[in-house]
Design a protein around this ligand. Structure first.
Ligand code: PLP
Length: 369
C-alpha cells in the first residue's frame, strides 16, 4: 500500500496503523525505510565524504564488496550512476557497450552516451538473454567499434523479473573475456536473482568484473546504490563520481539505511516472491484466459493485454477506483511489482479489484466467461 509521508521521528509501527491506503503495485521503489533503518541513521557515525571520507559510507562500500566477492565498492546516489560509472571506467571513448536490447541500461540509461562518447549496441535475445551468436559477432575483430564492456541485467526487469540462468552468464563472461572485454552486471535486483537461483549473491557476481546494486528497491532503503569491482577500477570510479557531482558530504546518514538494507532485508525478499506467485495465480482466476499473466520468477508480474481489450492506461484508471495502483508498461502490458508493504490480504484485494475492473472494461463479468 502507499504509505503517508513519514516524519523521520515516526516509527514504522505507527505508520502501519494508518488507514488502509491504496495497494501500490507500481514498483518496489515505493518501499519506506524500516524503523531499524531510522534508528541506524540517527546513530550513524559521519564524516565528509568529499574530504577525508565518511566512515559509514566506507563500511557500506566494503560490506557490499565483500558480500559480492569483489575488492572494493563505491556508494553512489542511484544505480543509474553506478551503471554509468561502470561504462566510464571500463570503456575507452568511441568504444562500445554490448547489452541485451531490452535491458534497462539500453532502453532507459543510454542517454549516458552523451557524456561517455561510448556507443550502446543492443543485442536481440529472449527472456533477458542475449543471442550468443549475435554477441560473438559484435565482439569480433571485424567490427568498426571495439566492444569494451558487455552488460547483463539480473533480475531482468523487462523480461518479467527473470533471473538469468548461470549457464548463460558463464557463457557471456567467457566470450567477453576471450575478446578482451570487461563484464558488468546491472544487479539492481541481484539479491532477488540469487534467491530465485538459490545461490549466494557472490556466485551470481562471479560472472562479472563490476556489479551495481540498488538499495532502494525491495531492500527498502530510501536512496542509494553501490558499485563494486576491482580496486583499481573503483578508484577511477570515485574520481568520475566527483566529476559527475555524485560525491555527497555526510552521506553516512543514507548509507546507514543501506547497511541495514544489506544486512537484514535480503532475507525477506522471499516473501515478495511468494506474494507475486500468489498474485499470478489469483489473476489467472480473476481475468479471462485471453489475457496473459506471466508466471513470476521473482517479484514482478506482467499482464499481457490482447488487441481487443482496452489499453493499459485505461486499466490503470479503472483499477485506481478500486484502490489498486499499477504501472502501464507500454499500451498492451501492465507491470505489477510486490514488495514489503504488500501482504496476502493486499493480494486478495488487488485480485478482487482486477475482477471488478474486468467486469467494467470487458463489459461482462469474469464469472460468466
Ligand atoms: C531501477 C533500476 C535501475 C536504476 O536504478 P536507480 O537507482 O533508480 O537509478 C537500473 N537497472 C534496473 C534493472 C533497475 O530495475
Amino acid at each position: 500500500m502507499t504509505l503517508p509521508s513519514t516524519p523521520l521521528a515516526m516509527a514504522e509501527d505507527s505508520v502501519k496503523d494508518a488507514p488502509r491506503a491504496m495497494i501500490d503495485l507500481r514498483s518496489d521503489t515505493v518501499t519506506r525505510p524500516t524503523a531499524a533503518m531510522y534508528e541506524r541513521m540517527r546513530r550513524a557515525e559521519l564524516g565528509d565524504d568529499g574530504l577525508d571520507g565518511d566512515p559509514t559510507a566506507r563500511e557500506l562500500e566494503s560490506l557490499v564488496a565483500h558480500t559480492l566477492g569483489k575488492e572494493a565498492g563505491l556508494y553512489v546516489p542511484t544505480a543509474t550512476m553506478g551503471n554509468l560509472l561502470a561504462v566510464l571506467t571500463q570503456v575507452e571513448r568511441q568504444g562500445q557497450v554490448a547489452l541485451e536490447a531490452t535491458a534497462h541500461m539500453f532502453l532507459t540509461e543510454r542517454g549516458g552516451a552523451t557524456l561517455s562518447a561510448v556507443m550502446y549496441q543492443g543485442i536481440p535475445g529472449a527472456a533477458g538473454e542475449m543471442d550468443l551468436n549475435l554477441l560473438e559477432r559484435t565482439l569480433g575483430p571485424s567490427q568498426a567499434l571495439r566492444t569494451g564492456l558487455v552488460c547483463m541485467e539480473t533480475t531482468h526487469a523487462n523480461a518479467g523479473g527473470i533471473a538469468l540462468p548461470l549457464a548463460h552468464m558463464r557463457a557471456v563472461h567467457a566470450m567477453a573475456h576471450d575478446a578482451g572485454a570487461r563484464v558488468h552486471i546491472d544487479g539492481a535486483r541481484i539479491f532477488n536473482a540469487a534467491l530465485a537461483l538459490q545461490v549466494s549473491p557472490s556466485a551470481v557476481a562471479g560472472y562479472a568484473d563490476t556489479i551495481s546494486v540498488c538499495l532502494s528497491k525491495g531492500l527498502s532503503a530510501p536512496a542509494g546504490a553501490v558499485l563494486v569491482g576491482p580496486s583499481e577500477t573503483l578508484s577511477r570510479a570515485r574520481q568520475w563520481r566527483k566529476m559527475l557531482g555524485g560525491t555527497q558530504r555526510q552521506t553516512g546518514i543514507l548509507a546507514a539505511a543501506g547497511l541495514e538494507a544489506i544486512t537484514t532485508m535480503s532475507a525477506r525478499l522471499a516473501e515478495d516472491h511468494a506474494t507475486a506467485h500468489r498474485l499470478g495465480v489469483l489473476l489467472r482466476d480473476a481475468l479471462p484466459c485471453q489475457i496473459g499473466i506471466t508466471k513470476p520468477a521473482t517479484n514482478i508480474v506482467f499482464i499481457e493485454l490482447p488487441e481487443d481489450v482496452p489499453e493499459s492506461a485505461v486499466w490503470a484508471e479503472e483499477l485506481r477506483k478500486h484502490g489498486v495502483l499499477i504501472r502501464p508498461w507500454g499500451p498492451r502490458r501492465i507491470r505489477l511489482v510486490t514488495h514489503r508493504h504488500i501482504d496476502s490480504a493486499d493480494i486478495d484485494a488487488a485480485a478482487a479489484g482486477f475482477a471488478k475492473a474486468a467486469g467494467k472494461l470487458l463489459d461482462r463479468t469474469p464469472s460468466s466467461l
